[in-house]
Design a protein around this ligand. Structure first.
Ligand code: MG
Length: 377
């Protein structure tokens, strides 16, 4: 299903205190960026972010490289959603979401889109667990909570009925969520199970709670890489970022550091970001003789931009020569430095193929690597 997303990030954050909460950082990533990244990963196009007056610079700073459409918000949430909907173009469905609920996962999105099979709108909702009281001048009374739900976002809609409903909704009437607009127009709204992870950051103390909840949404992904380069006459080989003096060299377009190439591919593999040749085409003259450090740094930067963290790498070098063992600790230290990892998270190993095959005949050297990456779910 072709779907777009509208993220309302126009709040001033007065209740949460300080700067607008959508631009505060949660584990190094702006709050608004969390849902942008989730929707992008799910294929939402476009992702429209509605920003408040005077917040354009903050939005550019944190979302500038995210491929989103920024639009200006209105005086109310309802007006902001109208601006966002005007920018989504032609899609079958749209998700409307509050930026202050950063922990939306791909599973939430899948459930909501699936619910649109037989509804015009779907929203996550939690049953009310606490007993409800109403206090009036006449005193305190207990409210029957039967059939009451707490509505969360994202809310998913088929676009045409939602557009019709908004066209009929009075300009000045506030709606606290978008399902209310569809309900008023007689649209079919379906509830899907809500999730405490979809909590909204409202009060200052909510930041501490969302920090803790952010941990449970993390996933570990693993990538592997392999590379080989041929030996030729020379004065040394680059391996895992270290130059080893040797009567041969490794031949390649860049510095031919097979260890770093395999490791770069492993990291790219863990985040599904293609391979080293996609990012640094060997046909591009600017990478001729390039130090492979930059390939590895680039892959690590892509992980960081996704809100991820490399947690461990393991490289195996396969060759008869040069001898790796005397350089192994220097290689580990160099990789740890390049990836900003503690030494215990970095492993370099070496083996031979006992004289068999191209590595056994010292025609070339091979390397394989595995990387583990901790990512937002
Ligand atoms: Mg290579």
């Amino acid at each position: 299903m072709k779907f777009a997303a509208v993220i309302v990030a126009a709040g001033t954050g007065s209740r949460a205190g300080g700067a607008p909460k959508q631009w505060r950082l949660l584990k190094g990533r702006a709050i608004a960026r969390w849902s942008v990244d989730t929707f992008k990963a799910m294929g939402a196009e476009p992702v429209v972010v509605v920003v408040g007056e005077g917040q354009r610079d903050e939005a550019e700073r944190w979302l500038g490289d995210a491929g989103v459409v920024l639009v200006a918000g209105g005086a109310t949430r309802t007006a902001s959603v109208r601006s966002g909907l005007a920018a989504v173009g032609t899609v079958e469905a749209v998700l409307i979401h509050d930026a202050a609920r950063p922990l939306v996962t791909q599973a939430h999105v899948e459930t909501l889109l699936a619910a649109l099979e037989d509804a015009d709108g779907a929203l996550p909702a939690l049953p009310v667990a606490d007993t409800l009281k109403r206090e009036t001048q006449a005193g305190v009374a207990t409210v029957d909570r039967e059939g009451l739900w707490r509505a969360q976002t994202p809310q998913a809609f088929r676009l045409p009925p939602l557009r019709d409903a908004y066209a009929r909704w009075p300009d000045e009437a506030p709606a606290t969520d978008d399902a209310a607009v569809l309900e008023a127009a007689g649209g079919r709204v379906s509830l899907v199970p809500g999730d405490p992870l979809l909590m909204k950051i409202t009060h200052p103390e909510d930041f501490a709670m969302v920090e803790r909840l952010a941990e449970v949404t993390r996933v570990t992904r693993v990538g592997q890489g392999f590379d080989a380069h041929r030996f030729g006459p020379g004065d040394g080989v680059w391996l895992c970022g270290i130059k080893i003096a040797h009567p041969l060299t490794l031949i390649g377009h860049s510095d031919a550091d097979a260890g770093l190439h395999a490791l770069t591919d492993a990291i790219l593999g863990a985040i599904g970001a293609g391979d080293i040749g996609d990012h640094f085409p060997p046909t591009d003259p600017q990478w001729k003789g390039a130090s492979s450090d930059r390939f590895l740094r680039h892959a690590a930067e892509l992980v960081r931009r996704r809100g991820g963290r490399i947690t461990g790498v393991d490289v195996t070098l396969v060759c008869e020569q040069p001898k790796i063992k005397p350089h192994r600790e220097a290689m580990r230290a160099r990789l740890a430095e390049l990836l900003d990892l503690p030494l215990e998270g970095v492993s370099v190993k070496a083996t031979t193929t006992e004289g068999m095959g191209f590595t056994g005949r010292s025609e070339g050297l091979a390397a394989q690597a595995i990387a583990t990456v901790d990512l937002p779910g």
